[in-house]
Ligand binder design. Structure first.
Ligand code: NI
Length: 228
């Protein structure tokens, strides 16, 4: 795992040109994406991840690059766990990012995805933990709710079926192949994320978003049952 302290000491200023080129490729790949993994998701994750990185004294350059690239060629869509990390690593090398940083970004992207409630998470560097928190924060709260229904529609999942119970998935396959409902997805994944935040600051940001989702689900339930 790269030494973050040494990387930061050696990098007094973030190379903005490399960030700009990275934004450009991400924007071209994710522009108008309709499942909630669009350019604006990458942009929000980048902003939040960099905020968390500052609090955590992580390498902000690696965090920014990996946050921007984290959903390009994601395995949910490409069907391969290697495509995304390989694309990110090759792209960064092609624009002149140092090999150590390109490899670190590729490793982060390989390891940050959520793969089911009972699947053992991969070990992450400090920079990876910042991005994972930012990605999880974008999956909860008001934006998380909007993205969840967009993704559910893409996966042809019913919005809600009171006869279908939530499942704790114990393999990546079962998690990806689930035929469950979008409302169950809150119980199978989104409500678990607050407890899974890696950083103190991330946990703080998760509180309000978590509370908002609970409120939304309570309101949904009361409208559904005819109480309102
Ligand atoms: Ni993401």
């Amino acid at each position: 795992m790269p030494d973050s302290d040494a990387a930061r000491r050696a990098r007094p200023k973030v190379p903005t040109e490399l960030i700009r080129k990275t934004e450009e490729v991400v924007r071209s790949k994710l522009h108008n994406e309709s499942t909630g993994h669009d350019w604006w998701h990458a942009d929000r994750v980048r902003s939040t991840a960099v905020r968390i990185a500052r609090e955590e004294s992580a390498d902000a350059f690696v965090v920014e690059l990996a946050a921007l690239l984290h959903d390009v060629e994601d395995f949910k869509f490409s069907g391969s766990e290697d495509t995304g990390p390989r694309f990110a690593g090759d792209f960064l090398l092609s624009i002149g990012v140092a090999e150590q940083d390109a490899n670190h970004v590729a490793e982060i992207i390989r390891n940050i995805s959520f793969k089911g409630a009972r699947v053992e998470p991969a070990p992450l560097s400090l920079e990876g933990r910042c991005i994972q928190d930012a990605d999880r924060l974008d999956a909860i709260g008001a934006i998380g709710i909007a993205r969840t229904f967009a993704y559910g529609g893409y996966k042809k999942r019913p919005i809600h079926d009171p006869d279908v119970a939530p499942v704790a998935h114990d393999s990546v396959r079962s998690y990806l192949d689930t035929k469950g409902t979008t409302i169950n997805h809150f119980h199978e994944k989104l409500l678990l994320l607050r407890e899974r935040m890696n950083t103190e600051f991330g946990r703080k940001l998760a509180e309000e978003r978590h509370r908002f989702m609970e409120e939304f689900l309570a309101e949904f339930e009361s409208e559904w049952s005819g109480e309102r």
